[in-house]
Design a protein around this ligand. Structure first.
Ligand code: MTE
Ligand code: MOS
Length: 809
C-alpha cells in the first residue's frame, strides 16, 4: 500500500515536512528538539530492505530453527451455536503422526483466553461457525489436520442470532451500556428549525494482515515458557498464557519479532492462540507451532465491529447543529473482548469535528453468533464518526446547504468542549487544514468543472467532497498510557534499545531509533533495536490507539537522557566546562557555543563512553513515561481522556457510471496534522495506507455471513480474497497528494510530534461523500441520498436508481 502513490507527491511532501520551517516556541522539555535532530529526517523504514528482499523474519519463519516442533490444527465447529455433548479423540490418536489432542480437561489453570471469563479457550459450547472446539498436535501439519478430521464430536445445535437486527429484536446484549450526555437533547431538538431522523446500519472489516496469526512456544529445562507470538500486546499475551497454564508472569516470556500487519486484529486475539501453543509445549515437552492459514484466520478471529445507528438531529436555519440523540449498537460477536472500549471510543467520536450543544448518545453491544469483533484501526472512532458524516451528507440537501459549507459551519471553535467534557485544544487547526486542502485541491474551480461535466454527461456523473477528521489520542483507559524502555550503551559506543512497543509495519522501531539517536546525539547508524520482549520491558500496554511513538518515544528519550546526563559529567571534566554546557550531536561532544570543527574542541562520543566506563559510570538505563493530564470516568463517560487531537482533511473526486454503479477514484488531496513529524516518510506511508484501508472499508470490503436457516447458517461466506474484495493498486486514486500540516508542533508529545497510525483512515469519508455527491447528480436538487456502507458498486447502483426515481425518470 505504501508504495502506491502518485510519483511526485510524496517526495515533495517529505521535503516540505523537513524544510526548515521556524519552529514555534514549544513549552515542554518533552517536545523541544535539539539542534540537528535525527528525528524529522526522511529515513526509510528500518526493515525496508529486509521486507523487500524477503529476509525479514516473522514468527512462523522461526519454525526451521525449532527442532522437533509439533504443529497445531483446530477442529472448527460446523454450527453457529451448539453444545458439545461428546468429544472422542481415540480415532484421532490412531492417525499416524498425531501426538496429542488438546481439550478443556488438559488446562491446568484458567480455561479462558481473555480476562473477563467470557471466552473459554477450549469451549463446551461452540458459539460461532468456525469456533475451535479442540486442537490436535501432530508431527506434521498434515498429520494434525488428518487427526482433527478423525476427532468425533457430538453437537446439540442451539438457536443462533446472526444479524444486528435479530439481536436488537431479541434484546441480546452484552457488557455495559454507556451514555454520553450534555445539556438536554430533547430541548436542542425542540428548538431546532429543522429536524430529521434516520437509521444507518453499516458493515465491519476484515484485517487481512498479510501475516496470519502465529505463535511458537517452547519450555526450557526449568519450566520457563518462551512464546514467540505475532502480538500487538506481548504483556497481555504473557498474562493469558500464564493464567491458562496456572503459572505466574515471571514463568512466561513473550517475544514479538515483528508483525506482517496487525491493524488492531492482534491486540486481543493472539492471546488464546499463544496459550494453545504454550499448553501443547508444556504437555508434550516439545516446541509447538500454531499458525492459522488464511481460511482459519478469517473464520476464527474477530473483525471490525459492524454498527447500527438510529438518530434524531436538529439544525437551526443556518444549518447549525442544535441537538442530537442517537443510539449506537455494535455487533460484538460471541464475546466481549475489546467491544466495550471500542464502543466508548465510538461514542467519543460521534461529534467528529463538530460542536453539538445538546447531545444524548447511547451505546449497546449486541451478542451474536459470529467471531468476536475486536479492535481495528480507529477502534470504534471511525464507526462513531461515520454516523455523523452520514447524517451531514444526508441532511445537507434537505437543508439546501452545500455539504462542505454545512460541515464548515459546524466546526468546533477554540474553547468549545466535546460532549464528554474535553476542551478541543487547537480547534483552529480544523479550518486551517480545511482551507489548506481546499486550496491545494483547487476545490472551487474543480467543483465548477464537476458541475460542467455532469451537465454534459447524462450517464456518468462526478462528485467531489471534503471531509475533516478530529481524532483523540491516548487510551481512554488512563492506566494504559504508560511505557518503558531499556537502553544500553556498550563500551564501543554502540547503542541497543528495547522498548515496550511492537512493530507491525507502522514504522515505530524506525521512529524509536531516531528518538534515541536524537536524545544521545549520535548518528542513526550507532543505534540498533532489539525485538520486543516481556523480560526486557515489563507491564507494557498494547501497541495501539496510535500511541506507540508517544508512549515508547517518551520512555526511550527518558532512558537516553539519563545516560546522557551521566556522560555529560565525564565530558565536562575533560572539556573544562560545567556539565550543563556539554552538547551531544552527531557523535561529537562539545561545549555550548564551540564549533565542533575546531581541532581539539570536540570529543568523540566513543571516547567519552570509554572514559565513563573506566570511571565505572553506568552505561545502561531503564526509561519510563506516562502521559500527564489525563482523566476519564467510564461510568459518567466524562473527562479529559485524550492528550490531544489529531486533525486532517481530505478532498476526493470520483466518477460514477449510471448503468452499473461502477466508479473510479480520480483524485484525493490530503492535509494531515502529525505535529512536527518524527519521520516524514513513515508518516506519509501511514497516511496513504490508512486512507486506502479506510476507502476499502467504506467501498469494497463486504463481509457476508450465511443468514439462511440451512445447513451453513452462520458460515462466513466471504472467506478469501476471491470473494472479499480488498483495495489494490487499481483502487488507488489516480492522483493522491499527501501533505503534512506545517508549523504544527505539539507541546504535549515527544519532540513535538503527533500520533499518525489511525486518524488518516477516516480521511476516506471524503471518498464516500464524493460518491454520494455523484449519485445525487442523477436525481433532483434536494434529494437526500442514502448510501449503504460499504458503498459497493451494487450499493451505488441502487442509490442511483432511487435518485432517478425521485426525479421521476
Ligand atoms: N501500519 C501498518 N503498516 N501495519 C499495521 O498493522 N496498524 C495500525 C497503525 N498503522 C498498522 C499500521 C493501528 S490499528 C495502530 S493502533 C497503529 O498503527 C499502532 O502503531 P503506533 O501506535 O506505533 O502508531
Ligand atoms: Mo489499533 S485498532 O488501536 O491496534
Amino acid at each position: 500500500m505504501v508504495a502506491a502513490r502518485s510519483a511526485a507527491a510524496p517526495a515533495a511532501s517529505a521535503l516540505a515536512a523537513t524544510a526548515p520551517v521556524v519552529a514555534p516556541s514549544v513549552a515542554s522539555a518533552l517536545a523541544e528538539r535539539p539542534e540537528h535532530p535525527v528525528v524529522g529526517r526522511a529515513v526509510s523504514h528500518e526493515s525496508a530492505e529486509l521486507h523487500v528482499t524477503g529476509a525479514a523474519l516473522y514468527t512462523d519463519d522461526l519454525l526451521p530453527r525449532m527442532r522437533g516442533a509439533l504443529h497445531a490444527w483446530p477442529l472448527q465447529s460446523p454450527h453457529a451455536h451448539a453444545r458439545v455433548t461428546a468429544l472422542r479423540t481415540r480415532a484421532a490418536l490412531a492417525v499416524p503422526g498425531v501426538v496429542r489432542v488438546l481439550t478443556a480437561a488438559d488446562v491446568p489453570g484458567v480455561n479462558d483466553a481473555g480476562v473477563r471469563q467470557d471466552e473459554p479457550l477450549l469451549p463446551a459450547e461452540a458459539m460461532f461457525h468456525g469456533h475451535a472446539v479442540c486442537w490436535v498436535l501432530g508431527e506434521s501439519l498434515d498429520a494434525a489436520r488428518l487427526g482433527a478430521e478423525a476427532v468425533e464430536v457430538d453437537y446439540e445445535p442451539l438457536p443462533s442470532v446472526l444479524t444486528l437486527g435479530e439481536a436488537i429484536a431479541a434484546e441480546q446484549f452484552q457488557g455495559a451500556q454507556p451514555i454520553v450526555t450534555r445539556g438536554d437533547a430533547e430541548a436542542g431538538l425542540a428548538r431546532a428549525a429543522h429536524r430529521f431522523s434516520g437509521e444507518f446500519e453499516f458493515g465491519g472489516q476484515e484485517h487481512f494482515y498479510l501475516e496470519t496469526h502465529a505463535a511458537i512456544a517452547q519450555v526450557d529445562e526449568a519450566g520457563q515458557v518462551f512464546v514467540h507470538s505475532s502480538t500487538q500486546h506481548p504483556s497481555e499475551t504473557q498474562e493469558i498464557v500464564a493464567h491458562v497454564l496456572g503459572l505466574r508472569s515471571h514463568d512466561v516470556t513473550v517475544q514479538c519479532l515483528r508483525m506482517g500487519g496487525g491493524f488492531g486484529g492482534k491486540e486481543w486475539q493472539p492471546h488464546g492462540l499463544a496459550a494453545v501453543a504454550a499448553l501443547g509445549a508444556v504437555l508434550t515437552g516439545r516446541p509447538v507451532r500454531l499458525r492459522l492459514n488464511r481460511t482459519q484466520d478469517i473464520t476464527m478471529t474477530g473483525k471490525r465491529h459492524p454498527f447500527h445507528a438510529s438518530w434524531e438531529v436538529g439544525f437551526d436555519d443556518d444549518g447549525r447543529l442544535q441537538g442530537l440523540r442517537a443510539t449506537l449498537t455494535s455487533d460484538g460477536g460471541w464475546c466481549l473482548d475489546l467491544s466495550e472500549p471500542v464502543l466508548q471510543r465510538a461514542l467519543c467520536h460521534v461529534d467528529n469535528a463538530y460542536f453539538i450543544p445538546d447531545v444524548e448518545l447511547r451505546g449497546r453491544i449486541a451478542r451474536t453468533n459470529k467471531t468476536s469483533q475486536t479492535a481495528f484501526r480507529g477502534f470504534g472512532g471511525p464507526q462513531g464518526m461515520l454516523v455523523m458524516e452520514d447524517i451531514l451528507g444526508r441532511c445537507a440537501p434537505l437543508l439546501g446547504i452545500d455539504p462542505t459549507e454545512l460541515r464548515r459551519r459546524n466546526l468546533y471553535a477554540p474553547g468549545q468542549r466535546t460532549p464528554y467534557g474535553q476542551e478541543v485544544r487547537h480547534a483552529e487547526r480544523l479550518p486551517a487544514v480545511i482551507d489548506e486542502v481546499a486550496a491545494r485541491a483547487d476545490l472551487d474551480a474543480r467543483r465548477a468543472d464537476v458541475a460542467g461535466f455532469n451537465a454534459t454527461h447524462p450517464h456518468r456523473k462526478r462528485g467531489i467532497a471534503l471531509t475533516p477528521v478530529k481524532f483523540g489520542i491516548s487510551f481512554n483507559h488512563t492506566a494504559f498510557n504508560q511505557a518503558g524502555a531499556l537502553v544500553h550503551v556498550y563500551k564501543d559506543g554502540s547503542v541497543l534499545i528495547n522498548h515496550g512497543g511492537t512493530e507491525m509495519g507502522q514504522g515505530l522501531h524506525t521512529k524509536m531509533r531516531q528518538v534515541a539517536a536524537t536524545a544521545l546525539g549520535v548518528p542513526l547508524g550507532l543505534v540498533r533495536l532489539a525485538p520486543t520482549r516481556t523480560d526486557k520491558v515489563p507491564n507494557t500496554s498494547a501497541t495501539a490507539a496510535s500511541t506507540g511513538a508517544d508512549l515508547n518515544g517518551g520512555a526511550v528519550k527518558d532512558a537516553c537522557e539519563q545516560i546522557r546526563a551521566r556522560l555529560a559529567v565525564v565530558a565536562a571534566e575533560r572539556l573544562g566546562v560545567g556539565s550543563d554546557a556539554v552538547r551531544f550531536a552527531g557523535g561529537s561532544v562539545t561545549s555550548v557555543g564551540v564549533d565542533a570543527e575546531v581541532a581539539g574542541a570536540a570529543l568523540d562520543w566513543r571516547e567519552v563512553v570509554q572514559r565513563a566506563y573506566l570511571q565505572r559510570i553506568q552505561l545502561s538505563a531503564a526509561g519510563f513515561y506516562r502521559t500527564e493530564g489525563l482523566h476519564w470516568d467510564p461510568v459518567r463517560m466524562h473527562g479529559d481522556p485524550f492528550k490531544y487531537f489529531a486533525y486532517g482533511a481530505a478532498v476526493s473526486e470520483v466518477e460514477v457510471d449510471g448503468f452499473t454503479g461502477a466508479y473510479a477514484f480520480l483524485r484525493t488531496d490530503i492535509v494531515h496534522d502529525v505535529g512536527d513529524s518524527l519521520s516524514p516518510l513513515v508518516d506519509i506511508g501511514q497516511i496513504e495506507g490508512g486512507f486506502v484501508q479506510g476507502a476499502g472499508w467504506l467501498t469494497l470490503e463486504d463481509l457476508r455471513w450465511d443468514t439462511s436457516d440451512g445447513e451453513g447458517r452462520g458460515r462466513l461466506l466471504t472467506q478469501a480474497a476471491s470473494t472479499y474484495k480488498l483495495p489494490s493498486f487499481s483502487e488507488m486514486p489516480r492522483e493522491l497528494h499527501v501533505h503534512l500540516l506545517e508549523r504544527a508542533a505539539e507541546e504535549g508529545a515527544v519532540y513535538g510530534s503527533k500520533a499518525v497510525g489511525e486518524p488518516p483512515l477516516m480521511l476516506a469519508f471524503s471518498i464516500r461523500e464524493a460518491l454520494r455527491q455523484a449519485v445525487s447528480a442523477f436525481g433532483p436538487a434536494g434529494h437526500a441520498v442514502e448510501l449503504a456502507s460499504p458503498a459497493t458498486p451494487e450499493a451505488v447502483f441502487w442509490a442511483i436508481e432511487a435518485a432517478r426515481r425521485a426525479s421521476g425518470s
